[in-house]
Design a protein around this ligand. Structure first.
Ligand SMILES: [Zn+2]
Length: 188
């Protein structure tokens, strides 16, 4: 049977109730007409006798508490690190980044005592972090979990990417080492 590929809009007539029952993105009104609730492709299923509207628009929800972000450190302060969020996801789904800048408060960096934020993050590092708080004036991130933290660090002396050697970060170029709050998934 020929597939009906007609585009429909909210309120578009799809079928009468006698022919098809409302399926996805459809409802029936008082007069027994099955009507679309969205923009999409009309799909009349001959087997289930359902009138559906296939919505192909990918809806991306905004980032919220519990989302995981990839961010780049832009400023290291005494009591926090400021980062620029590059991407966000939750349960494997992409999340929209509305405000690009976020903060990692010193108390949310590590489960261990943090003497200086500079021992945890440096400007230019890439970090993975969890969204802990979303308020109108900003986003707070948390990197205490073992898979959270720096996933790529750059040498503060020569700017080359650093590598893990026996559990600590060293620059393969100049030999400098500097501590970080490293993620368990540090990318070599
Ligand atoms: Zn170096």
């Amino acid at each position: 049977m020929k597939k009906d590929k007609e585009m429909v809009y909210p309120g578009s007539f799809l079928s009468t109730e006698e022919e098809f029952v409302p399926g996805k993105n459809a409802y029936s009104d008082e007069e027994g007409n099955v009507t679309s609730t969205t923009v999409g492709e009309k799909d009349l299923d001959m087997e289930t006798r359902e009138a559906n509207v296939i919505n192909k628009t990918k809806i991306v929800k905004p980032l919220d508490v519990g989302s995981t972000v990839i961010a780049r450190v832009s400023l290291v302060k005494d009591n926090s690190a400021m980062v620029e969020i590059l991407s966000a996801e939750k349960d494997g789904e992409e999340r929209k980044v509305l405000k690009a800048y976020a903060s990692i408060p010193v108390s949310s960096i590590s489960t261990e005592y943090v003497k200086s934020v500079k021992d945890m993050f440096r400007v230019g590092d890439f970090v993975r972090a969890r969204v802990a708080k979303v308020v109108p004036w900003g986003i707070d991130l948390d990197t205490r979990d073992r898979e959270m933290g720096v996933i790529k660090a750059y040498c503060i002396e020569c700017r080359k990417p650093m590598k893990m050697f026996d559990g600590s970060l060293k620059c393969p170029n100049c030999g400098a080492s500097s501590p970080r709050k490293v993620s368990a998934d540090y990318s070599q």
